[in-house]
Design a protein around this ligand. Structure first.
Ligand SMILES: N[C@@H](Cc1c[nH]cn1)C(=O)NCC(=O)O
Length: 460
């Protein structure tokens, strides 16, 4: 008796139409502005310190005020998404980003460090949570054989924002002499991303309407987020979060100090250093969707993650062993390999999360992973700074590289633990058809599959 209704629902399922690629484009562009402005300070460090008359500590606070609240916020953001819906969440987070960047640009324009700092804090209130939202869109519109490709594409397009920032901000500011102009251009990118959120929300609302999905606010309590659902976050999920913490220290925290690193150790100037740094994310912009597609087709997620953490660790080992010299060519190759390792990691790791949890806690799970990642991104730079300031060899960078190598080794160990657990629990992460394996592994029933309108329900 159920069948005709199910069949007609499937016919109206927009996630099965080409519209899902429009959502993919919009979800990618909704984070573009945030990635562009996130690294505004590092691209303009010298000019910011001169104009605002601040030291390195005050400068680093531009990143700290962003990261530390995000140890907690993405969990709340994930909770928020699970309880009241992704659309309202994404809109709110984007508005916070626009306001934050506006305040930052305004603060710099009137030479007020405090207002600029508050702006970075407000930006942080939305910046990471918007990533959670964007991932959530992907899990709602894409499944099994396309999910990693879709998530790889969002990382790739968002990271083009980082690349563009690294390369155009110093040029704009140097050629116009106006520091705030560069930041106001970032503000415009944030508005553009906000418009993408609004369009994505309209399409997503249409999809839910077609599927007859009611607003989550009106669902019975039993179908909303509940804390005791956290018990479904098993060993592999927590290990993946720990792995994410260490791997992002090796990629992002290195990226934060890389400009100075290349200038101090290899004699490049700041513009050359900026271009070299952007290599990692340029490689990622090209390779993330490719690796996403490969993983969607062949599975073997943990093996890919092991390969990427080994590559990243080898890059830091190479930096550790490379003696100082004037403008050597090989660090450029190291950055290409770092980009390769990062591309594989970013396209596989985030896309693995949905297979380790129940669909109804997807928002909370992405929030949890992002929070733990930010713990690393908040503490990592402090540790790196401490090591560099308190050691002398290679201007303090020898032990910094050693630290990155050790962090990389812990990344490899956590990957191996995930692999072993995956073998024991049915091989969901290695499977070409992870949704099927997940079904038996974490015991998802029919109601749970359709709970959030997850496209997963229609595929199986
Ligand atoms: N912390 C984010 C980067 C970000 C978000 N908003 C601005 N920058 C991150 O690391 N995301 C994962 C990735 O691989 O990019």
């Amino acid at each position: 008796m159920q069948r005709p209704a199910t069949v007609s629902l499937l016919k109206n399922d927009l996630t099965k139409t080409r519209l899902r690629f429009a959502i993919l484009a919009l979800a990618s562009l909704m984070s573009f502005g945030s990635y562009f402005v996130y690294d505004n300070p590092s691209a303009l460090q010298t000019q910011l310190q001169d104009d605002l008359n601040i030291g390195t500590f005050e400068f680093n606070l531009f990143y700290s005020v962003y990261s530390f609240p995000n140890i907690i916020l993405p969990i709340l953001g994930g909770y928020f998404i699970d309880v009241i819906g992704n659309r309202i969440g994404a809109l709110l987070f984007s508005i916070l980003i626009v306001i934050g960047q506006g305040l930052f640009a305004f603060g710099v324009m009137i030479n007020s460090y405090n207002i600029a700092l508050i702006g970075r804090g407000v930006f942080g209130l939305g910046g990471e949570s918007l990533n959670v939202s964007s991932n959530y869109y992907m899990t709602n519109w894409f499944s099994g054989n396309e999910l990693a490709m879709a998530m790889g594409t969002t990382v790739s397009v968002s990271r083009l924002g980082s690349v563009l920032n690294d390369n155009i901000e110093p040029v704009i500011v140097n050629s116009t002499g106006s520091l705030s102009l560069g930041l106001w251009i970032g503000f415009l990118f944030c508005i553009f991303s906000l418009i993408c959120v609004i369009i994505a929300n309209i399409l997503d609302g249409k999809k839910d309407k077609n599927l007859g999905i009611i607003s989550k606010k009106h669902l019975p309590d039993s179908e909303k987020f509940r804390f005791h659902d956290l018990k479904y976050f098993g060993f592999s999920f927590w290990c993946l979060c720990l792995n994410c913490l260490v791997v992002y220290i090796d990629v992002s925290c290195f990226n934060n100090i890389a400009s100075n690193y290349f200038q101090e150790r290899f004699g490049y100037n700041s513009v050359e250093s900026g271009s070299i740094i952007s290599i990692t994310y340029i490689v990622a912009a090209f390779l993330c969707p490719v690796f996403g597609m490969i993983v969607d087709k062949f599975g073997q997620r943990v093996q890919f993650m092991i390969f990427s953490t080994v590559s990243i660790t080898l890059v830091h080992t190479a930096f550790l062993l490379t003696p100082e010299s004037h403008k050597p060519i090989y660090p450029i190759f190291y950055m290409v390999f770092l980009g390769l390792g990062y591309s594989i990691y970013a396209s596989v790791m985030w896309a693995s999360i949905p297979y380790l949890i129940k669909p109804k806690v997807a928002g909370t799970a992405f929030g949890m992973a992002t929070s733990i990642q930010n713990l690393g991104l908040g503490v990592g730079p402090l540790l790196v700074g401490y090591i560099q300031e308190n050691t002398n060899k290679d201007k303090g960078y020898y032990w910094v590289s050693f630290f990155f190598v050790m962090i990389g080794v812990s990344g490899i160990i956590t990957c191996i633990l995930i692999y072993v657990n995956d073998v024991k629990t049915g091989g969901v992460l290695r499977s070409k058809n992870p949704e099927k394996v997940r079904e038996s592994f974490i015991g998802i029933n029919e109601t749970e599959k359709t709970d959030l309108g997850n496209s997963y329900s229609a595929i199986n």
